[in-house]
Design a protein around this ligand. Structure first.
Ligand SMILES: O=P(O)(O)OC[C@H]1O[C@H](OP(=O)(O)OP(=O)(O)O)[C@H](O)[C@@H]1O
Ligand SMILES: O=C(O)c1cc(=O)[nH]c(=O)[nH]1
Length: 183
């Protein structure tokens, strides 16, 4: 099985929870995809790095990857490490939900990104609000956001939100892959 198929199997088996959940949109849903459970799991983390690197492999000149803490954080470090194994020099960054209120007061942590081409990563997208917030913070520090790459898209409008901000949106895994319907 390739990395994507292995990851789909792990998500189906271990990261889809059924019940009554409130989403970021405020709407309720009967399932929740908890990718933090897998992005911090030794079996899945390398697969996530590979699947997301494959998803953006055709985009030239990507210097760094990251997104809004905390869902994006382990994704970005997996990509950094799996990238190194492929001979890529891709850095990671973390976008805080708010700028730090002391120290250097930064919202974007990691190597300097001014003038750099970066990809925003995300575990699961619902409204697209989290990657949009990351895009805004990255633009403030002078980075060029060339794409948003998510593992699972819930098909609830995130793509349109990101494209309206002028950024390409890509998802590695769809609800269909997981045997789920949009809610
Ligand atoms: O597309 P969106 O509407 O932004 O929703 C998806 C976001 O929701 C979850 O994070 P959450 O906001 O629960 O915060 P966390 O990462 O701190 O757990 C998930 O990790 C995504 O980041
Ligand atoms: O909307 C959300 O908060 C959300 C939905 C989901 O399936 N997974 C997740 O991590 N967040």
């Amino acid at each position: 099985m390739n990395a994507r198929d292995q990851l789909i199997q792990l998500i189906r088996d271990e990261a889809v929870f059924h019940g009554d959940f409130v989403l970021t949109s405020g709407k309720r849903a009967s399932y929740y995809i908890d990718l933090r459970k897998l992005s911090l799991d030794h079996r899945a983390a390398p697969l996530i790095g590979d699947v997301l690197l494959d998803l953006i492999a055709d985009i030239p000149g990507v210097s760094a990857v990251g997104g809004l803490t905390m869902g994006a954080d382990p994704l970005a470090t997996s990509m950094l490490h799996r990238g190194l194994a492929r001979g890529l020099e891709v850095d990671a960054f973390v976008v805080r939900k708010e700028p730090k209120d002391h120290g250097r007061g930064r919202q974007v942590e990691g190597p300097e990104l001014e003038g750099k081409r970066v990809v925003v990563v995300e575990d699961t997208s619902t409204t697209g609000g989290s990657p949009l917030k990351a895009i805004e913070a990255l633009r403030k520090v002078g980075a060029e956001v060339v794409a948003v790459a998510v593992i699972v898209d819930r098909a609830t409008g995130a793509q349109a939100v990101i494209e309206a901000a002028g950024v390409e949106y890509r998802a590695a895994i769809t609800l269909d892959d997981l045997g789920l319907a949009p809610q």
